[in-house]
Design a protein around this ligand. Structure first.
Ligand code: MN3
Length: 200
């Protein structure tokens, strides 16, 4: 096996009081993420060009290549979910000072950042992701991507904080209320210390 499902750094029930249930994490991490890893390993086994490559290298070489669309989807989703588990915290929601200063610089206020992020996350039509990124010029921006795409693949910038907006990420806990899931993430679950650590 080339790639492996990483363990969560918290228990499956650790986020339940903050709006992400044990059932969601069991399905999302143990089933959905594992399926991406298993499928990716199947592609690698069957394609010598992919063997020995890092996950980032596979994302770079498969992105935009129609013949490798299946590979990209699995590799992108593996990368995205590794990021996502780190973007959640049982002590989430608190924004450390250096990141807060960058958010104010980039968006005018923390509230304006959250509004921009919520707009991106709720207007991503169908499956995808919302991201806080740092662009090459050092400034922050909010973006959204479809399916398994991420800012690493598009070259838009460094992913600081990503939110999964596929229905499997919120349907158990929030049913069809994606806006409530997004707000709860921003206020109660987001690991802003992880986001700050991703700053250049
Ligand atoms: Mn997911």
């Amino acid at each position: 096996m080339t790639f492996e499902l990483p363990n969560l750094s918290y228990s499956h029930s650790a986020l339940a009081e903050r709006g992400m249930s044990q059932e969601t994490l069991e399905l999302h991490h143990d089933k959905h993420h594992l399926a991406y890893v298993t499928a990716l390993n199947g592609f690698v086994e069957g394609n010598a060009d992919l063997q020995g490559k890092t996950l980032e290298q596979i994302i770079a070489l498969s992105h935009g290549d129609a013949a490798l669309a299946g590979v990209f989807n699995q590799a992108g989703q593996h990368w995205n979910h590794i990021h996502f588990w780190n973007a959640l915290s049982p002590n989430g929601g608190g924004i450390p000072g250096a990141l807060e200063a960058k958010l104010v610089e980039g968006f005018g206020s923390v509230e304006a950042f959250k509004a921009a992020f919520k707009t991106a996350a709720t207007t991503q039509f169908g499956s995808g992701w919302a991201w806080l990124i740092q662009k090459a010029d050092g400034t922050l921006a909010v973006t959204k991507t479809a399916n398994g795409v991420n800012p690493l693949a598009t070259g838009e910038g460094t992913a600081l904080l990503g939110l999964d907006v596929w229905e499997h990420s919120y349907y158990v806990d929030f049913r069809n209320r994606r806006p409530d899931y997004v707000s709860n993430f921003l206020d109660n679950l987001a690991n802003y210390e992880f986001a700050e650590a991703n700053l250049a």
